[in-house]
Write a protein that binds this ligand. Structure first.
Ligand code: ZN
Length: 80
């Protein structure tokens, strides 16, 4: 179980949150091909190590925020 530090509410249990996926995925600019759009919607990094991700505090302040999580140890830190 993860302990996420909401910037508004403080540390809370993982089950209060909704996972939002990879942070910082750029929206495609201008006209896009089907392949570019599919890559934007479906393709994400899958690193072994630190990963920036979005979380939504659905059972709290209902805001989105970004954290960095180590995908092996599940250590959480604020994004640098
Ligand atoms: Zn919160």
């Amino acid at each position: 179980m993860l302990l996420l530090d909401c910037p508004h509410c403080g540390p809370r249990d993982e089950n209060e949150f909704h996972y939002g996926g990879q942070a910082g995925v750029p929206y495609p600019a201008g006209e896009t091909t089907d392949e570019e759009w599919a890559a934007y919607v479906f393709v994400r990094d899958n690193p072994k190590g630190w990963f920036r991700e979005r979380w939504f505090h659905v059972h709290g302040c209902r805001t989105w925020f970004t954290v960095e999580r180590h995908t092996v140890t599940h250590e959480i830190r604020k994004p640098g």
